[in-house]
Design a protein around this ligand. Structure first.
Ligand code: 13P
Length: 319
């Protein structure tokens, strides 16, 4: 039997197979809101980056299948060294993480120090473990403002990496001047303001929500700016059915529709296309989830950088 889920026909037998393998392997499936709806459906826990990182530390099973991108599975492993963490497709990367290699960051930090600058490095969780290991704080879209405002000592400058748009947003929200790394997310960078305005003219009284990874020209047009978890809370507070334009990865619309179905959700079009799907997130499929449970791989192995990254992650996200 098949059923239409998200945008694909899904063979129901695979759900049974995954359930069976999950029990056999003593596994818990975690999925980010940017995963295909069919994957979110089989997950034990869905969430944004912050919720999933925290949830991973409360999992009782000996295996975690992380349906998300590489840095998320790596974070789950760093916070749970004793667990086996599987990522259905290890090539599921992140343009932000790729744009900030640890050796380049280390050189830039040295340059700044040589110029007498005293700073803390505040790093978006969308980064490699090697970058986390040379950082002072790790933030997500869910706690970046709080960490910069309340925890980074006020007598220190802040080097914020790797997302310049999130950095700009945090700068505006906290009033602290940040040194920004020149990185951006390929998905959030492509939203088109003119297409957004066109769609808005078509939909009277619509509400626009945007992820803080969006450039300022999109954020300026938004009624609400927040990460994916905050978006869910925000739309839930709107009591009357509304037309909601969503400037973030396309699969988030599935989650919004599922959790708060009284509204209608519309993707904000991109400059060159109408779909803002993350090509990395899209690498994970139900078949790959099944296969990683069947074979026990690909698995995130322990690396030296994880020890130092663990301390930074713990004090930033769990402290
Ligand atoms: P949140 O999970 O914090 O909403 O951010 C989305 C993201 O960038 C995942 O790569």
């Amino acid at each position: 039997m098949t059923v239409s889920s998200a945008d694909a026909e899904v063979d129901l037998a695979i759900y049974d197979e995954i359930e069976h393998l999950k029990r056999r392997e003593d596994a818990t499936i975690l999925a980010h809101y940017y995963q295909d709806g069919a994957i979110q459906e089989i997950a034990d826990i869905t969430g944004d980056s912050l919720k999933l990182a925290r949830a991973a530390t409360g999992v009782n099973s000996k295996t975690i299948v992380f349906c998300g991108v590489h840095f998320m599975a790596e974070t789950a492993k760093i916070l749970n060294p004793e667990k086996r963490v599987l990522l259905p497709d290890t090539l599921a990367g992140c343009s932000l993480a790729d744009g900030c290699p640890a050796d380049r960051l280390a050189r830039f930090q040295t340059e700044l120090r040589n110029r007498g600058r005293r700073f803390d490095t505040v790093t978006y969780i969308n980064s490699s473990a090697d970058v986390k290991a040379i950082s002072d704080w790790i933030v997500t879209s869910g706690n970046a403002i709080e960490i910069v405002r309340d925890r980074v000592p006020s007598d220190r400058e802040i080097l914020f990496v790797p997302d310049r748009h999130l950095g700009k947003y945090v700068e505006e929200a906290t009033g602290r001047k940040l040194i920004l790394w020149d990185g951006a997310c390929v998905v959030h960078e492509v939203f088109s303001v003119s297409e957004l305005l066109k769609t808005r003219r078509r939909l009277a009284n619509s509400i626009t929500i945007a992820h803080p990874e969006c450039p300022v020209n999109i954020r300026e047009q938004a009624d609400f700016v927040g990460g994916t978890e905050a978006m869910l809370k925000y739309v839930d507070l709107i009591e009357q059915p509304a037309e909601i334009l969503v400037a973030t990865e396309a699969n988030m619309l599935w989650r919004l529709q599922n959790n708060v179905p009284r509204h209608r959700y519309h993707p904000v079009p991109g400059v060159t296309c109408a779909c803002n799907t993350c090509p990395h997130m899209a690498r994970n499929t139900l078949e790959k989830v099944r296969d990683c449970l069947r074979t026990g791989g690909p698995e995130i192995g322990w690396r030296d950088a994880f020890d130092r990254a663990a301390a930074v992650l713990r004090r930033s996200l769990l402290g």
